[in-house]
Ligand binder design. Sequence first.
Ligand code: HMG
Ligand code: MG
Length: 304
Amino acid sequence: MRVPAAGLPAEVTIYEVGARDGLQNESTVVPVEVKAQFLDRLADAGLSVLEATSFVHPAWVPQLADAEQLLKILARRAGLDYPVLVPNDRGLDRALAAGVGHIAIFASATETFAKRNLNRTLDEQFAMFEPVVTRARAEGLRVRGYVSMCFGDPWEGPVEPAQVAAVARRLVDMGCGQLSLGDTIGTGTPGHVDAVLDACVVADVPVNQLAVHFHDTYGQALANTLAALRKGVTTVDASAGGLGGCPYAESATGNLATEDLVWMLDGLGVAHGVDLDALVTTSAWMAGQLGRPSPSRVVRALSG
Ligand code: HMG
Ligand code: MG
């Protein structure tokens, strides 16, 4: 039943990360044709922003080493958005050659994760991203900036909201149009979400430039999303079927499942443009490809 609640946006953009964050942690390489079909089916289900792959070092994420091949066989649809992850100049060269129109750089809020995920210190990561963002914008590309470990870090523990906001500010100053605040290991809770978003606003990062990216390790992703919506965030990252994780953060598990998000938005009467039945069918199909059931509660409830 649809029962709207006060203080929520009328519409939310779902930024679908299933083909990138969802698959990057899978140890068995998924055939490139299956990845293309996954993206096509997600588009058929109404998702309009589909993070497709990563132009990272192929040895660092072997699952996404087929980025060029995927973009070659994928029939990218007019009006849909297919962002890709790019860490450095070499990655941008590859993305430009593949005809990409939207990239995402991915920074860390903590020193340890910068080192583990990017082989850079916290400061060195900005030196790596700066020329990428400048050149991408000069080429007319849109640029998103992720901030990882915004809530907790497996090596450093809880992360101060002001530290997150300082990294966010630097990425906005660099020229990132949108920032996605990542709870990479899923330890955040709703009051903490409020604190991080408030710290960003104090640092002059406007809420309309912010997206949220919750992993569901501790079952908090939906509650955290609701907190962010109440603060005025209107872009929410999610992964079809709840697939996901980061190979460089031990305790990272699946992202917020897109189906769980859609169920909540439907109940609240918040528009999103996605056909839940088509999405569930796609995630059940993908779970079959991966050989295990989807972790999404909604997928399990509706596909049983
Ligand atoms: P590095 O080893 O320091 O690289 O890795 P380098 O700059 O020293 O270069 C070494 C060699 O690699 C050179 O080749 C480069 O050309 C080559 P050589 O000259 O020796 O023959 N190389 C590349 N080749 C292809 N594509 C490239 C590339 N870059 C260098 N892009 C690097 C540094 C950043 C490349 C590496 O650390 C890396 O690829 N890291 C990516 C890790 C990753 O993908 N993690 C998962 C995504 S982040 C995430 O999931 C979190 C998120 O979901 C949000 C959240 O949940 O919080 C976004
Ligand atoms: Mg992630």
